[in-house]
Design a protein around this ligand. Structure first.
Ligand SMILES: NC(=O)c1ccc[n+]([C@@H]2O[C@H](COP(=O)([O-])OP(=O)(O)OC[C@H]3O[C@@H](n4cnc5c(N)ncnc54)[C@H](OP(=O)(O)O)[C@@H]3O)[C@@H](O)[C@H]2O)c1
Length: 318
């Protein structure tokens, strides 16, 4: 099992190791966090934060060496500067391999990358980095896995109530397929109404991650599936209506229309529109319909959409 862990890129999901629920498990590990800047909040939670320069491989090597890390978890993502992200990822992996790391989990955490390998254009490097990381890890006997989870349910939580994920800018919620806070609450039925979409709470990903880290060396699959709950968009609308005790609008958008919007968005050169369009295509093209969970998650309870929505939008929660 892993013992000394480095988390690179502590924003959003990366911070979830500090959640009270997972923290108990993580006491078993020694955790260091790599960041490009000081993170006093994380230090208060007991994390050893190391400020690193991802452009400087010797200093990255020294940072990894000083932690005696056996496992590297990357959450690095930079939608605004994909080239910088690509460079950071490659340098970090190179430094980790040179320092004899044994396990690596790249920043993925989205949909079924086997059936749907092409990420949204803002994260296009994921495709190339996957191939690069697979080659490097296989050549150096580093165990690695790509974690495929469902849509992160935390997106659907009320503004100001998300533990790990920032609220989307005001113009964004219009693209959320589940929008419980809208004046007229709604669910978008994206693509095939019969598709059973996977939705995973960030806490459950962290919980699953701990399970994975506790597995003996040599037991990881190159792809790890962790689904969380599964339901059709129509079921999500029915559940939400029951919890809110009011009418929830269902808006049907076919896959053809989702693809057409992607084409038009690219033509408009509006990056935000492109991002929204590509996300919605991914939510509706079947890529969030995950295969069965990887065996190591057997028996692990994950939160259901209904439970999460009731906790946040049920009566007595306003
Ligand atoms: N399935 C879903 O619904 C879903 C939803 C959200 C995210 N995800 C996936 O989850 C993963 C993590 O996303 P996240 O939301 O946690 O990301 P995030 O909050 O944006 O955090 C990314 C971290 O990357 C670091 N970073 C940014 N630019 C960098 C650069 N050029 N070089 C090195 N480090 C850089 C930053 O750390 P410092 O500033 O501290 O260095 C930042 O905290 C991604 O793979 C993303 O695609 C999936």
């Amino acid at each position: 099992m892993s013992e000394n862990i480095v988390i690179a890129g502590p924003g959003g999901l990366g911070e979830s190791y500090g959640s009270p629920f997972v923290f108990g498990y993580l006491r078993r590990f020694k955790v260091a966090v790599f960041s490009r800047s000081q993170k006093p909040e994380l230090e208060k939670k007991g994390a050893a934060v190391k400020v690193v320069d991802y452009n400087d491989i010797p200093s990255l090597r020294a940072a990894i060496k000083s932690t005696q890390a056996d496992t590297l978890l990357s959450f690095i993502v930079d939608l605004k500067n994909p080239d910088a992200m690509a460079r950071s990822h490659r340098n970090l992996l190179e430094a980790a391999v040179l320092e004899g790391i044994k396990r690596f989990v790249p920043a993925e955490y989205a949909n079924d990358v086997v059936r749907f390998p092409v990420p949204p254009s803002s994260e296009a490097d994921k495709l190339h980095f996957r191939e690069h990381a697979a080659r490097v890890c296989r050549a150096h006997d580093v165990e690695y896995t790509l974690i495929c989870n469902g849509i992160i349910m935390d997106f659907f939580l009320p503004r100001g109530k998300k533990k790990y994920i920032a609220d989307l800018p005001p113009e964004f919620p219009n693209i959320l397929p589940v929008y419980a806070e809208a004046d007229a609450p709604r669910v978008m039925v994206l693509g095939g109404p019969e598709d059973r979409i996977s939705m995973t709470l960030a806490d459950d990903i962290a919980k699953g991650m701990v399970r994975l880290l506790l597995q003996p060396y040599g037991s990881w699959d190159e792809i790890t599936y962790l689904s969380g709950d599964r339901m059709s968009w129509e079921e999500a609308a029915e559940i939400l209506g029951r919890i809110l005790d009011r009418k929830v609008e269902t808006r049907y958008v076919s896959l053809d229309d989702l693809k057409q919007e992607v084409r038009e968005a690219h033509g408009s050169y509006d990056l935000m529109r492109v991002e929204c369009a590509e996300l919605n295509e991914a939510f509706g093209n079947g890529s969030e319909v995950l295969p069965a969970n990887t065996i190591c998650f057997e028996g692990m309870e994950t939160k259901r959409f209904e439970q999460v929505m009731r906790e946040h939008y049920g009566k007595g929660n306003d």
